[in-house]
Design a protein around this ligand. Structure first.
Ligand SMILES: *[C@@H]1O[C@H](CO)[C@@H](O)[C@H](O)[C@H]1NC(C)=O
Ligand SMILES: *[C@@H]1O[C@H](CO)[C@@H](O)[C@H](O)[C@H]1NC(C)=O
Ligand SMILES: *[C@@H]1O[C@H](CO)[C@@H](O)[C@H](O)[C@H]1NC(C)=O
Ligand SMILES: *[C@@H]1O[C@H](CO)[C@@H](O)[C@H](O)[C@H]1NC(C)=O
Ligand SMILES: *[C@@H]1O[C@H](CO)[C@@H](O)[C@H](O)[C@H]1NC(C)=O
Length: 337
């Protein structure tokens, strides 16, 4: 009883602190200039304000308008990663989420959630079946729990080649990044609306080594439409459009739940589809800005969900607790001050 009171009190006090941080006075921004920024970085506050403009209205839309997201991942060993990515994409607001996974992982993921559409086609013999499913997805996320077997790496290459041919917006995470570091040229010159890679620090280092570069702008190796969101204590977004680079802090906690990366990539899938639909710019900078704003919203949502879950569960927090906090975090990010 006393514990419950203390934790409620802590939660209440922390909520007030957070509320005040978010409500501090903010300078006026000329959002109109966002597509023509030359030689200067946009302020993080601009990304914050722009991210509030991407959520689609609930009225007058038909099913699918708010995003159809595909998750390609999972294996016999890993069923949680694709599930967390998929359920987050859905809870973050996508209308439909498709999971393409292995035959062994499929019944497990179906049993986790009746809200997901699950196809058991992730094997080397079914590349053509996967190809035929891609057109109905607005954004594809590849990698969560997919594994590192050589056959899998080759299948990942094949799927990425198909997406590239179709000009499909793509997010690459986890073992999908392992595949890229095996042959980074697979992603080279990927067309707009492009790719966002979401490595942690270790994966980012491996990617950097794979493009044989020690230079600070190693991430431009893949061309103008590929950007990188490096997750960590701070999150860093790197883009070929230097105006759209940022670092995000705030939120989070000392506790990093296993599955947190999958939550980020799932939310990013939905927000990327929204940001592309928003059409910020009529010029060539639209893709880069959409990637940057979507990544900002996803990074912030993940950090805030973590923080809120930590206040309730403390060190016992797990990824499922974070998923329960998506709703309050979402309210702050999209409809807060
Ligand atoms: C696109 O952004 C870059 C800076 O990242 C800027 O140099 C360029 O002028 C912009 N393009 C247009 C058409 O404004
Ligand atoms: C997997 O591929 C790597 C690199 O292409 C190779 O070095 C390794 O021997 C392969 N492993 C197996 C089990 O075939
Ligand atoms: C890497 O991918 C490129 C482009 O898909 C291909 O041409 C090349 O042969 C691949 N390299 C290796 C070592 O597999
Ligand atoms: C990058 O730096 C490391 C250590 O400083 C060095 O061993 C490596 O050769 C460098 N690679 C390139 C491509 O310059
Ligand atoms: C953007 O990419 C082009 C080549 O694709 C490169 O020449 C340029 O330096 C890059 N710009 C930045 C700011 O990284």
């Amino acid at each position: 009883m006393i514990y419950a009171m203390i934790s409620y009190l802590t939660y209440y006090v922390m909520s007030i602190i957070i509320f005040n941080v978010y409500c501090e006075e903010l300078p006026q921004i000329q959002i109109e200039d966002k597509c023509n920024f030359i030689d200067s970085k946009l302020q993080p506050n601009t990304f914050r304000l722009l991210s509030k403009t991407i959520a689609p209205p609930l009225e007058g839309k038909t099913k699918g308008d708010a995003g159809k997201i595909g998750i390609i991942g999972g294996s016999t060993e890993y069923t949680g990663a694709p599930y967390f990515a998929a359920i987050t994409a859905l809870k973050a607001g996508a209308d439909m989420v498709y999971v393409i996974t292995t035959e062994s992982a499929s019944p497990v993921i179906k049993a986790y959630s009746p809200d997901l559409i699950v196809y058991p086609f992730l094997n080397t013999k079914s590349a053509s079946k996967i190809r035929s499913l891609l057109p109905k997805m607005h954004v594809v996320i590849i990698g969560p729990g997919i594994g590192r077997e050589n056959d899998t790496v080759n299948l990942v290459f094949e799927i990425i080649e198909d997406c590239k041919r179709m000009g499909k917006p793509l997010i690459i995470d986890a073992d999908g990044l392992f595949a890229i570091s095996r042959n980074s040229s697979v992603l080279k010159d990927y067309p707009c609306p492009g790719v966002i890679m979401t490595p942690n620090q270790r994966e980012a280092k491996r990617l950097m080594e794979s493009v044989s570069s020690n230079s600070s702008n190693w991430y431009t190796y893949w061309g103008e439409c590929v950007s990188v969101l490096v997750k960590g204590e701070k999150d860093y977004f790197y883009s070929n459009a230097s105006s759209y680079i940022w670092a995000a802090t705030g939120g989070g906690s000392g506790r990093r739940a296993a599955g947190q990366g999958d939550i980020l990539s799932g939310a990013l899938g939905t927000f990327y589809s929204w940001a592309l639909k928003t059409e910020f710019c009529k010029n060539e900078n639209n893709t880069q800005l959409a990637q940057s704003v979507a990544s900002y919203a996803a990074a912030k949502l993940t950090r805030l969900s973590n923080n809120k879950a930590y206040m309730i569960e403390g060190r016992n927090m797990i990824a499922s607790d974070m998923i329960k906090q998506i709703h309050p975090a979402f309210e702050v990010i999209f409809f807060g001050p």
